[in-house]
Design a protein around this ligand. Sequence first.
Ligand SMILES: *[C@@H]1O[C@H](CO)[C@@H](O)[C@H](O)[C@H]1NC(C)=O
Length: 462
Amino acid sequence: MLFIEALRQFQFITKESMAFIHVSLVPILGADAEQKTKPTQHSIKELRSLGISPDMIICRSKEPLHDTTVQKLSIFCQVEASHILTIHDVSNIYHVPLLLARQNMHVLLQQKFNLASPAPDLTSWQELALTVDRLESQPQHTIVIVGKYTGLQDSYLSVLKSVKHSAILLQANVNITWVEASDLQKDTEAENPTAYSKAWELLKSAAGILVPGGFGNRGIEGKIAAARYARENKVPYLGLCLGMQVMVIEYARHVLNVKNANSVEFDDGCEAVVVFMPEINPLVMGGTMRLGARPTTISATLPTSERSIASRIYNLDQNSDVLERHRHRYEVNPEYIERVQNAGLFFSGVDDRNERMEIAELPQSQHPYYLGSQYHPELKSRPGRPSPPVFGFVATAIGQPEKISEAGVLWQAHEAKLKAARNTSPAKTTRNSLLSPATSALGKRRARSMSNGMDSVKLQLE
Ligand SMILES: *[C@@H]1O[C@H](CO)[C@@H](O)[C@H](O)[C@H]1NC(C)=O
C-alpha cells in the first residue's frame, strides 16, 4: 500500500517518465474453457480507486487471449485493446521478452516516453531461448545446492539463475537439486536415517557442490561436511559468502587440526576462524552489514607460483580489481590467515585495503575447482553474461574446465563498455535518455546503480 501511494504521488513530479503496467491473471475455467476477465476487472478497479490508472495490462494466462477477451477487458478496464498484452505459458522464461516484442510492447513504451530508439534486435535473445529448449533433451549434469530449501526459494533465486545462465552459455543441461544441509549431519543420522542416507546419496551423485550464503545456525555442520566431502573427493565446489567461510572453517578443523574451529556467528566459545567485522556493532542488527559493490584485488599467481583460479575465471593476466556485490557481517579472522595459507588454502582475492579475505581457493594442482567468495557473484549474473566464479564452477563440473575463462572474457568486455559509458557525459548516454531530463539527478543515481549491476526496482501492485 505504501508503495502504491508513493507511486501515486510520484505522478505529480514526473508523470511523463512513468508507465504503469498492471500484471494480472486471466484464469481459464469450466468445460467451455472460458477466459475469465473478472479478477482483472476487479484489480484494475481497486488500483484506480487508489489513484493509479494503468497504461498497459499484461495478462498471465495458460493460452493466448482470444480477441473477445481482449475486447471485454478493454471496455471494462478502459484500456485500449492494443495496450492489453498477454504472456501465455511458454516452454521457458526466455521466450517472454520475444512474446512481448511480438505484441509491440517496445513501440508502446517508445510512444509513451517519446523515445526515438531503434527497434530492438532480439536475434541473440531468440537464440538463447531456443538453446534452452534444446538443452532439455541432453544428458543431465547434477549440481547440488546445500542449503535450507524449504520456504526460502526466493532468496536463492539469483543463485539458481546464475547456475542456469552458466549452463546455457556452456550449452549444458544442468539439473539443480537441493540437499537440506541439516540432513547431512550426524544428528539426523540418529533421528532420521532415511533422510540422512538420501541426502548423502544425492551429494555423492553431484557433478558439483554449491554452498550458498545463509543465516542462522541450522545446517552449518552439514555445510561443513559437504565442503569436506568436496575437498577430499575433488568434486568441484563453489562457496558463496557463508559457503566460503565454511571452506575456511572446514580447512582449519581437518587440515590445521583446530578441532573447535567455527564462526562466532554459530558458537561463542569456538576457535574463532570467522569473526564479526570490527567496524560493525554486534548489538545492532540490520543496517550494519558490509553492503554493495566493492573492489576485490585478485592475485594472478598463488604463493605456489601457480596461476590462481580466480584470475583465470575473470580472465586476468595480472593482479587486478573486480567489482562485486557484498552483503555480510562476518569475515575470516585475520589471525588465521597465515596459518590457513601456510597449510595450502589460499586467499587469491582481498579487499582494496588488504584487510578482508574475499576469495579462497585450493590451487589447481590440488583440486579441479575449490573456490569460494565472500561476496555474492550471483547478483551480477545475467543471461548471456554469466558470473565468472559460477561459470568456472559449472564448466568444471560438467567436464569442460578448458572453458573456465569464457565468462571472464565477456565480463571484461562489459566492464570496458561500462567504463566508456561513465567517461562520456551521463546526459548523453542512451540509458539516461530513457529517463526524463527533469529527473537527471535520479537518472545519474540510477545509472550508477545500474552500472553496479543492481536490478531495477520491482514493484508489486497486487
Ligand atoms: C534431477 O535430479 C533429481 C535427483 O537425481 C531427480 O530426482 C530429478 O528427477 C531430476 N530432475 C529432472 C528434471 O530430471
